[in-house]
Design a protein around this ligand. Structure first.
Ligand code: COA
Ligand code: MG
Length: 290
């Protein structure tokens, strides 16, 4: 199933103003945070605030996720039991290292009355998580998305933040491979320098070219760029229409392949074209109801 996840904005659960602002923002996904974006003393209050704000509603088509505290922290169980009953679309699990963590969380969600459709998103942000990415992605049928956590991963690898992200390239690809092998979506790490708009744009383009479906974000001013970069372009949609038509004509003549502008077109290109057309339809539908 195609679902637009071009932009996923983190909103600290302790920041009521930010949580409320989410109702007006053009992000496809809002990730209300209980983990690293919230100080230890503010966690319990943030949890109650998120639950009551989600109950009030008003978020329209936006996919609502809550990032809980990690397994092994004193907040984890209470976070899972409370958020399971909150009506959100997904629970985001940080620092997932082992598929058993996912299975245990799914069991805890079930025990606490989480609806069947509530999803689990797994953050891969340390060496063990990356090395186990494939098994984590396939650990449970509730897993819908993998996300790369670049800040924690860079620290864990003792790497450096470089503009070309060379130190993270293998990890980025491991995440994408694991997601695709399990039929999941995959989101890129945030870009942390809010003063560098061009760097942010380049980072989005790099992530898109690698295969990420969208980017996790830390500030509303970056939503529009992510939506543009990760959405289908006019040229891609025109090309999609042309090759679909050419392929249909070829099939009618009993041929499986054809050439469009000298380029070979097969069924696999048409499959991707249809995915982009469907993504565009869903995005336009959202824009009309916003
Ligand atoms: N979600 C929703 N609204 C946000 C927001 C966010 N992540 N970040 C900023 N805003 C809002 C502010 O509340 C402010 O709204 P207002 O004009 O109605 O008062 C507006 O956008 C402008 O904010 P600005 O002054 O530019 O930023 P700031 O100094 O208030 O906050 C950060 C900067 C980085 C602290 C803030 O963007 C943030 O907390 N981001 C998320 C960080 C996070 O979640 N990290 C963990 C995951 S990596
Ligand atoms: Mg992290």
């Amino acid at each position: 199933m195609v679902r637009p996840r071009r932009s996923a904005l983190y909103m600290p659960g302790a920041n009521e103003r930010a949580l409320l602002k989410g109702r007006e923002l053009g992000a496809d996904v809002l990730i209300m945070d209980l983990e690293d974006g919230v100080a230890p003393d503010a966690k319990t209050e943030a949890r109650s605030r998120i639950v009551s704000i989600v109950k009030e509603g008003g978020y329209g088509h936006r996919e609502i996720c809550v990032r809980v505290n990690g397994k092994g922290t004193k907040w984890y169980e209470e976070d899972i039991s409370t958020i399971s009953r909150s009506g959100v679309d997904a629970i985001v699990l940080p620092k997932v290292e082992d598929p058993r963590f996912v299975v245990d969380t799914a069991g805890l969600m079930d025990k606490n009355g989480a609806p069947e459709g509530m999803k689990i998103w797994c953050m891969l942000e340390n060496a063990r998580g990356i090395l186990n990415a494939e098994k984590i992605g396939g650990a449970h049928s509730s897993v819908a998305v993998l996300t790369l956590g670049g800040a924690d991963l860079t620290k864990d690898l003792r790497a450096r933040h470089t503009p070309d992200r060379l130190p993270l390239i293998i990890s980025m690809q491991m995440c994408i491979l694991a997601a695709r092998a399990n039929g999941l979506d995959v989101l890129d790490s945030p870009f942390f320098d809010l003063s560098d708009d061009d760097g942010f744009y380049q980072s989005c383009c790099q992530g898109r070219d690698f295969g990420f479906d969208g980017k996790t974000l830390i500030h509303p001013k970056t939503i529009d760029t992510a939506n543009i970069v990760f959405g289908p372009t006019t040229e891609e949609l025109e090309w999609a229409a042309r090759i679909s038509k050419a392929h249909d004509l070829a099939l009618a003549e009993g041929k499986g392949v054809t050439l469009v502008d000298g380029k070979l077109v097969e069924g696999l290109h048409v499959d991707e074209a249809q995915r982009l057309v469907e993504l565009d339809r869903l995005i336009k539908h959202r824009e009309n109801i916003q």
